[in-house]
Design a binder for this molecule. Structure first.
Ligand code: AHG
Ligand code: MN
Ligand code: MN
Length: 333
């Protein structure tokens, strides 16, 4: 069997499809290398002393886990010296991180959620890393440089630390998945063109928030729960891992819909997930796999961001389901 590595895939994207210039290829390779180091730490767990609370809060007031901090540092240190970046932004940093003066600066901005699904770390359930790449306007690295709509993303990807470690990537030319060969330390292309299957019978939502949902979401979920006896005329099944990466990877693999919709728990937070380093990269990947990504009502990637850590409602997955929710929003508003 011929094994295509991440490097070969990226070189081909550069050469044949002219999708990516050499410095963007380098950027993606460096992120992929950092992800390997995070994977080793996730895999060692208690042996490496990386489980448990870090004893600090992030800018969003969430308690940081040790692995949140470790993964953040791995990504910063791996990416700061290569000369391809102007700056970085992370869920775990209050402000943008400009490339230190001792290193050359490049033209890209890297945004990441270093460890997605933090609440699952200590119970040995799959977690991930999410990243997004933008071009820096004139080399700027202040907050406003990062406030670009998701349509401007040049690349996006996620790593899934599960039974296997996977890297799922788009450079705007479909979605490819790579599996980490742990013995060789190489990423092997295992799915060259991920497409969301059309037929859906699974949905993912944190149903404990039902009393806070918009009427459109409530109606949609009620109809799924009604199953064969309801207006949909068939049964649906529910799954909620609680790590967005794992929940979205499942729908990319076998179809479905993922929702963390707007709810009225806390009026200052229009959603749970963060626009720039969770919703936009995952939305870009889902669209590139033939799916749809919205806020419920409108296309996610067209939202013009107002703040680095802005939260946003997220509905993504199979087009028929996502557009049905859009219809319900239009009918019920
Ligand atoms: P993070 O660990 O980066 O803060 O993200 C967790 C997110 C996302 O992965 C998941 O879908 C969601 O939070 C789960 O939220 P609930 O705990 O409210 O279900
Ligand atoms: Mn997250
Ligand atoms: Mn996180």
């Amino acid at each position: 069997m011929q094994r295509i590595t991440l490097t070969q895939y990226l070189v081909e994207q550069q050469r044949e499809f002219e999708r990516i210039p050499a410095d963007l290829r380098l950027l993606i390779e460096v992120v992929a290398r950092a992800v390997k180091a995070i994977s080793v730490n996730v895999g060692k767990g208690a042996i490496a002393g990386v489980l448990g609370e870090a004893g600090s809060d992030n800018v969003q007031g969430e308690a940081q886990k040790r692995l949140d901090v470790v993964a953040n540092e791995i990504l910063l240190l791996s990416n700061e010296w290569g000369g391809h970046l102007a700056g970085m932004a992370s869920e775990e940093l209050p402000d943008p991180y400009p490339i230190p003066n001792r290193y050359p600066r490049g033209g890209y901005l890297l945004l990441f959620d270093p460890l997605d699904g933090s609440s699952n770390i200590d119970v040995n359930i799959s977690v991930g890393t999410i990243f997004s790449v933008l071009r820096s306007p004139d080399g700027a690295t202040d907050e406003s440089a990062f406030l670009q709509p998701g349509t401007q993303q040049l690349a996006a990807g996620y790593a899934l630390y599960g039974p296997q470690t996977l890297l799922v990537l788009t450079v705007g030319n479909g979605v490819a998945a790579f599996t980490l060969d742990r013995e060789f330390g190489t990423w092997i292309l295992t799915e060259p063109n991920m497409r969301i299957p059309g037929h859906t019978q699974e949905y993912a939502i944190n149903a404990s928030n039902a009393r806070f949902w918009d009427p459109a979401i409530k109606r949609y979920i009620d109809e799924l729960i009604a199953g064969r006896e309801g207006p949909r005329g068939r049964d649906f099944n529910m799954r909620w891992v609680g790590s967005m990466v794992a929940d979205v990877h499942r729908l990319l693999t076998r179809g479905g819909i993922f929702m963390y919709p707007r709810d009225k728990r806390d009026p200052s937070k229009p959603g749970r997930l963060r626009l720039l380093y969770e919703a936009n990269p995952m939305g870009f990947i889902v669209e590139q796999a033939g799916g749809m990504a919205t806020t419920g009502a409108g296309r996610l990637l067209e939202l013009v961001p107002e703040a680095l850590h802005q939260r946003v409602p997220v509905v993504l997955g199979s087009p028929e389901e996502v557009s049905r929710i859009g219809d319900y929003y239009r009918e019920m508003c």
